[in-house]
Design a protein around this ligand. Sequence first.
Ligand code: FAD
Length: 355
Amino acid sequence: MEQIWNVIVIGGGQAGLASGYHLKKRGLSFLILEAGEDAAGAWPQYYESLKLFSPAAYSSLPGLPITSQGKHYPNRDEVIHYLKKYAVHFELPLVYRSRVEKVSKESDYFRVETSTGKTYFARNLISATGSYSRPFTPLIDKQDEFKGSIIHSATYSTPTPFHNQSVIVVGRGNSAVQIAMELSEVAETTLAVREPVALIPQRLLGQDIHFWFKLTGIDSFWKFGKSFANGSSVLDLDGYKQKLKAGNPKQKKMFTAFYDRGVIWSDGTQEEVQTVIFATGYRSNVSYIDALGGLDGQGEPEQKNGISKIIPGLYFVGLSGQRSFASATLRGVGPDAEYVVKHIQNNLEKQNNLH
Ligand code: FAD
């Protein structure tokens, strides 16, 4: 019989790494199965100009700061470098190029089948494959008639291909606003929104807003931070307020339909556009646990605080809003991983006492 691990972690991005850190600290036996070739998670796929919305002091995984310059706002490539370094620094047992395809349960352990043909067995599973792997695009009336280009922000990389175009960015979250701001330098840009963009200042009384989030405990209280987590409040980076006030980018109530050359706004006027970018969020992708059950009608996990409500031994780390509004961020994923790993350890200890 193959080894039965205490835990198998599925996904070796920041959520998998933070889980690995806490599992190692508590001396549990585990492996991290990662589909890709490194520990950078989805960060290499995010747009080039991405700058973290929190400064370095509030952007680290447990045990190793991203940089000693706490006030610096790291960019995408610094995060990629950091995550790879983190995996090596803590000697985390990552198995790369191992996509988990199916999980099933056999008596009191999980059977985990991977793309390499190898099968693993574990008493507990942590699913850490990210909240942002299934781009979500709403269906708008007559979308199929539009002859221009429609993309999701997941495939947006730089403003260069959109020079001198007329572009609409749909959404009012951090990605929508950040993309619209940089596009507005090179293209005629409009943000299409259901409600006006709500900005919160990056700095308050001389401190970054994350200092106040931490001090007031908002970081840990889901209900207070909900509007930030669900993207209805956006950090005012680089003078966004002034730019919106000056009408570059423009902000308009969401259009109601497409026509062949553009969109039809809610007042009935038509506008010609070349590209529409949907920055309308993501869903998680945990289809590999379909066979276990434990997912709701939308394919999202039925869980509370990262613990499956349906399947004993099944856990999640890195889900958006899992325990607090910071759950799916670099600074928030560590405490969630610790919570889940503690729960696993307690259960393992109880089981050992029973045997
Ligand atoms: P991911 O990074 O998606 O990693 C999941 C890993 O699982 C991947 O490596 C993938 O290859 C692997 N995987 C997937 N399926 C399988 C499988 N079946 N088997 C094995 N492996 C699998 N957070 C911040 O803290 N600050 C920010 O400024 C910030 N900006 C963001 C901007 C954008 C555009 C987005 C989308 C998110 C941003 N986030 C930010 C949120 C969050 O920190 C990132 O999304 C981060 O990548 C989430 O890490 P993760 O490990 O949960 O998931």
